[in-house]
Each structure stands twice: as structure tokens, then as C-alpha cells.
Design a protein around this ligand. Structure first.
Ligand SMILES: [Zn+2]
Length: 657
């Protein structure tokens, strides 16, 4: 038995050593194959001997059991934010103000990583917990997720109390891979690595976090039994403990020196494998920091210099037009490729014709393209002075590039194709209709839809339901099994219900929530053909513009034809009357507000009706119960004022038992 424990300890130490070599020092000593062999040996031993389980074992880096929520924790040392400066003048003012009061100072200069701040707490040489910054005072415990970050040491040599602060970030390569995968799955893309890192770090299932390949740079020693003279000494100490410390830190003694270092970091910026959004300047001496002191939310001895958005000048080669699902024509700049913020940019949005005219952007111009935290670059300015000859003013095409029908310009500067049979719109409509949150037809992605449309098999949403196996098998690379699966998925989509159908139809401004609200308010799609804007506006969360869009959509003869066709093929277009259970809620009126943890609004309403109760949209003295979820607003306040009984979803479920 002792031999087994010894082997386990040896393997854990060896794996931790090689992890550090690989992920922190970037100097691996063994191949991935050798590493994996040791890893699986350890895993097998741990499985056979659960008595030697250890949460800090290298095998725990793949994630574990999912949590139901994150626990809160009050930070031992608050995670303060820094004062931002946006110009060299402001930076000089910061230095001269400090130096006037405290004499000559030494500063540390380091990159500001664009990620999320976390604190890592160690006791007895072991990682005890990891927490997000939260509001700086109270954060959330994300220990399981932190363990999946390979460069965070789980065991360190120093065995006193130690807390370090760092920035968790998503390397650009992981970010690009993640967005590529999301694009393939038709999921919304993350705007930037920072948002993607935030999403990954706050996953309740640490296995998902593990798959997102996060990394960390440590930049502050929050708490330690040992004393140090300078900030840079603390960084060296952390490095010696196996932490991955923020790169390119150095010392400076004057504002000019600091600025020279900022310029140097700025030049490296676009080629770094991670995003930085500035440079942090701190007084290096810890004793001096004490003298200088702290403000309420920020220390007085440090500032963050923020880089302006990255910009490049390039040539606008052409303007192409994209036709969106709602028929809007969006002008897209086709650019001579430039490297910007770590990626190659050859297209940028031009929004609409007003945007183009206001900036006097013409085809052939030199333009400034910028990326400011967003994934889609934008044209910030044109440079008419650089024109070699007079260029024509750009105008939007008079006809839709997809169907050739005349376009109209609406009051919001948008140019729109109103032809309901426009192929560009039809394809995007079909993609939306089949998407996961709408009718959820698995296996019917954009590629299949385009193909079905090209072959003339699908020219309307209702055509999906008349597809036959032989139609599909003749399509590119579709086998018998996939064809069967697709037909089954199409069949299953018939019973998604009215709420999903209203969303799936792609009516302007009708999202998932509005679809649900409208479905439970009116119950049957037939009602929508006669509704007035007033009736629609009476539904919670439905505004006048949404109401007008609904009335407009259902006034088109094509809509009548489409709904009839969907009914013929058997798509559910009305809410099914719930089976009556018993009368326990008889005579009771419920009001729903906020978002419930698991039930949708229409599900909760259906349950209330099943047990003989009624629902109302406003709180009064006659209201029996208010069922409140997260972000409940004025209805909750009113219920409290009137003394109406308020319950949450758990209590509601108790009532149903
Ligand atoms: Zn068109």
C-alpha cells in the first residue's frame, strides 16, 4: 500500500514539474506522449485507490462535477481597481504630483492584460480557493474552474499563507478556435477574448471551462507572511514559486522613461499571443506605497495607461452589399488586407448609407480602420486629402443584389428589400427557422439549406415538411441514415408549440421572450390575423413598434398562405389546452414577474390553469399570489406594498405537490 501511495505522490510531483515546464516556462522537457503516459498511470492508480484522492492532483485539471451556483466570498485583501489615464500628459501629471510630494521615485512598468481579475489563495503550499474579483470586496468562488487552468500551480513550495492576484485571459489562438467552432454550430460569437474568458470562467460545469483553454498572468502579491522591499521583488518571488508572472515588467525613474517603455510595449502589442489594453505604472517601493496611501476605490500610487483603439490606414477597394434576414442591405467595406489587433482584416462594416456619406467614404479612398473591443472592425474615417483623382460619391444600389427587385429606404437610414420571395432573405429565414432556439431542426444547417434551395426543393418554410427521403439522398454526400435523421428532426419540429413558432417566423423584433408572451396572451395563431396594435400593446414587454411589426407581418397575403401551408402539413399553431388536474387554485389569481430559474412564463401559466387558477398581468388587491423570479420589477414592489403573498419557483412547486 505504501508503495502505491509513494508512486502516486511521485507521479503527481513529476506531472506538476512538467506542467510548469510546459505551461509556465515554455521549456518542455518531455514529449506530450510521455506526459500522457504518466498522466494515465496516475489516473488509473487514483481510480483504483480513491482513499488517496486529492483535489490538487494534476488529474483534476480536466474539470469535475458541475455546481448549481457559485458561493460568495469576502476577499482577505480587497481587489481594487486602478485609475485610468488616456494620454501622456495625464501620465506626466500623475508622476509630477507624486514626485512633488514624495521626492524621486522608482516605478514598475508592466503590461495590462485584458482579462478578468482573480485571487488565488494558498495555505500550507496548496491551492485552497480561487475567487473572481466581483465588486472588489466580495467575489465568487471559482476554485474548480481555476484548477483547469494549466499554468496555475496547485501545489507550491512556500508553505505559509499566500494570496496572489492575476488576470485570467483567453489566448488569441484559443479565442479564434472557439469562435470558429461556434460559427459552425450557428452559435453567437464572442466579441473579444475578454468576453469569451469571462464566459468560460463563470461556467458552473468546470469541464466546459477546461475545454476553453484559459491562461493566467499573476501581477500582485496580495498577502504573504514574508516581507519584501519592492513590487518587482514580489514578482520575482512569485515566479520562483512557479507562477506565470505578467511579462515585460521593468523599472523606470522618470515619466520620459515610462513613456519610452509604453511605446515599446505598444509596438509589440499586435504580435502578442494575448490581448493587452494598456500599461500599468506602479510605485515600486512598498514602503513608499504605504506613505502615499490609497483612495476609496483606487490606490494613489498606481495608474493604468489605456491604449487608444488600434487603427490602421488602408485602401477601400470596393463596397459589397449583404442582404440580411429582414431584408436590410448592409454595405460592407472590402479592404486591402491589414494586420490589426492580432488578426488580418479585409472587411469592415459600413453600417448604412448615412454612415458612408457623413464620413465622405468613397470607393478607392484611403480609410482608417479600427477595432475597439469588437470583433467586427469599423471604418473610423476616410482621408479625402489623399485622393489622387476625383472619386464618385457612393450610392446604395436601387435594386436588391440578391433578387433584383427595387429596394426602399426606411426612416432609420436602412435600405431594405421588401420582396418576400427574395432568396437572400428566404435562406436566412430558413436558417433562423431551423435554428436551435427556434424550431430546433438538428442537421439542417446553412449548408444544407443553401443546397436545398439551389436544387429548388425548398422555396418556403412549409416546403421543409414535404421533403421526401429520395430528395435528400440525392443531395451531396447525404447518406440514408442522415436523411432519416433529418426527416425525423423535421417531423419533431412540428410540435415545438406556438411560442417557438412565433419566434421562428422571423417577425421583426419578435425574440424568444416576445414569442412566449404573445403565445400565452393569445393562444392561437389565427388570433394574430385580427389583432390591433392596442391589443398587442396590452401584453407585457410589447411596445408600439413591435406591435406594428406584428400587425404588418400578419397583414401580408404571403403570411396567410404560409400559415395555411404550415397547418396543412401539421405544424402546431395553437397552444394545446392543458389537461385539467384538480381545482386547488380555484378562485385564485396569480401574477408572474421576473425570470424564473427553470420554468418559462408560459409553462408556469399552463400549470396555474391546469390546477384551476387564473393569471393576470397586473397586481391589485384581488391578486392572490405573485410568483416572482430574478429581476422582478415594479410588480414585486407593488405586491409588497399591498401585502400580497409573494412566492418563488420552489414555493410554487411545493404548492403543486
Ligand atoms: Zn431581394
Amino acid at each position: 500500500m505504501d508503495q502505491i501511495k509513494e508512486r502516486i505522490d511521485h507521479l503527481r510531483k513529476t506531472l506538476a514539474y512538467h506542467s510548469r515546464k510546459y505551461y509556465v516556462e515554455d521549456a518542455p522537457e518531455i514529449s506530450d506522449f510521455e506526459y500522457d503516459k504518466l498522466f494515465y498511470e496516475l489516473k488509473a492508480l487514483e481510480e483504483a485507490h480513491p482513499e488517496y484522492d486529492d483535489p490538487n492532483s494534476p488529474t483534476k485539471r480536466v474539470g469535475g462535477v458541475a455546481l448549481s451556483k457559485f458561493e460568495k466570498i469576502t476577499h482577505t485583501v480587497p481587489l481594487k481597481s486602478l485609475t485610468d489615464v488616456f494620454s501622456y500628459d495625464e501620465l506626466r501629471a500623475f508622476c509630477s504630483k507624486l514626485e512633488a510630494e514624495f521626492g524621486a521615485l522608482e516605478y514598475s512598468v508592466e503590461c495590462k492584460i485584458d482579462g478578468l481579475s482573480v485571487a488565488l489563495h494558498y495555505e500550507g503550499g496548496r491551492l485552497v480557493y480561487a475567487a473572481t474579483r466581483g465588486d472588489g470586496t466580495v467575489g465568487e468562488l471559482i476554485t474548480e474552474n481555476a484548477r483547469t487552468i494549466q499554468s496555475i500551480p496547485l501545489i507550491i513550495d512556500y508553505d505559509g499563507t499566500l494570496e496572489v492576484r492575476g488576470e485570467v485571459y483567453m489566448p488569441r489562438s484559443s479565442f479564434e478556435a472557439l469562435n470558429r467552432q461556434r460559427e459552425e454550430n450557428e452559435e453567437s460569437l464572442f466579441a473579444n477574448p475578454r468576453n469569451a474568458a469571462a464566459g468560460a470562467l463563470r461556467q458552473l460545469d468546470s469541464k466546459i471551462t477546461a475545454s476553453r483553454k484559459l491562461d493566467i498572468f499573476l501581477f500582485n502579491l496580495q498577502l504573504c507572511d514574508r516581507t519584501f522591499d519592492t513590487h518587482i521583488e514580489t514578482l520575482e518571488f512569485m515566479k520562483a514559486q512557479g507562477f506565470k508572472v505578467v511579462p515585460f515588467y521593468s523599472k523606470a525613474t522618470t515619466a520620459d522613461e515610462i513613456i519610452a517603455k509604453i511605446e515599446e510595449i505598444g509596438r509589440m502589442r499586435e504580435n502578442l499571443p494575448f490581448d493587452i489594453d494598456g500599461v500599468v505604472i506602479k510605485v515600486n517601493s512598498l514602503a513608499r506605497r504605504e506613505e502615499i496611501g490609497e483612495g476609496t476605490s483606487t490606490p494613489k500610487w498606481a495608474v493604468a495607461y489605456k491604449f487608444p483603439p488600434e487603427q490602421k490606414i488602408t485602401r477601400l477597394l470596393d463596397i459589397s452589399i449583404q442582404v440580411g434576414r429582414t431584408g436590410v442591405l448592409t454595405p460592407i467595406a472590402e479592404l486591402e488586407s491589414v494586420r490589426l489587433a492580432g488578426s488580418t482584416v479585409s472587411r469592415a462594416t459600413l453600417h448604412n448609407i448615412d454612415f458612408i456619406h457623413e464620413r465622405d467614404i468613397r470607393i478607392g479612398d484611403f480609410v482608417t480602420v479600427q477595432k475597439a473591443g469588437d470583433i467586427i472592425p469599423e471604418i473610423a474615417a476616410s482621408h479625402p486629402g489623399k485622393r489622387e483623382s476625383e472619386l464618385p460619391v457612393y450610392e446604395m444600389p436601387a435594386v436588391c443584389p440578391s433578387c433584383g427587385e427595387p429596394v426602399v429606404r426606411d426612416e432609420e437610414a436602412a435600405t431594405r428589400c421588401t420582396n418576400a420571395a427574395c432568396p437572400a432573405q428566404l435562406i436566412r429565414n430558413l436558417i433562423h427557422y431551423a435554428s436551435k432556439d427556434a424550431m430546433d431542426i438538428a442537421g439542417l444547417g446553412p449548408a444544407q439549406i443553401k443546397l436545398l434551395h439551389e436544387k429548388g426543393l425548398v422555396t418556403s418554410v412549409s416546403d421543409l415538411y414535404t421533403l421526401k427521403k429520395e430528395d435528400l439522398i440525392n443531395l451531396d454526400r447525404m447518406g440514408e441514415k442522415s436523411a432519416d435523421n433529418l426527416l425525423a428532426a423535421i417531423e419533431a419540429s412540428k410540435t415545438r408549440g406556438l411560442a417557438r413558432l412565433l419566434f421562428a417566423l422571423g417577425i421583426r423584433q419578435i425574440g424568444e421572450k416576445a414569442g412566449e408572451a404573445l403565445a400565452s396572451a393569445f393562444g392561437d395563431i389565427e388570433r394574430f390575423f385580427t389583432l390591433t396594435t392596442d391589443e398587442l400593446c396590452a401584453v407585457e414587454d410589447v411596445g408600439l413598434i413591435t406591435a406594428e411589426n406584428v400587425v404588418n407581418y400578419f397583414s401580408h397575403p404571403q403570411t396567410r398562405a404560409l400559415i395555411d401551408a404550415l397547418k396543412v402539413v401539421g405544424v402546431e399553431t395553437a397552444m394545446t389546452a392543458p389537461t385539467k388536474m384538480d381545482d386547488r387554485f380555484a378562485g385564485m389569481t396569480f401574477v408572474l414577474t421576473g425570470t424564473l430559474p427553470t420554468l418559462t412564463r408560459s409553462e408556469a401559466e399552463a400549470l396555474i390553469k391546469q390546477y384551476g387558477g387564473k393569471t393576470s398581468s397586473s397586481v391589485s388587491k384581488k391578486t392572490s399570489v405573485v410568483l416572482a423570479g430574478a429581476e422582478a420589477g415594479s410588480k414585486l414592489t407593488k405586491a409588497e406594498a399591498l401585502g400580497v403573498r409573494i412566492i418563488d419557483e420552489n414555493e410554487f412547486r411545493e404548492l403543486l405537490k
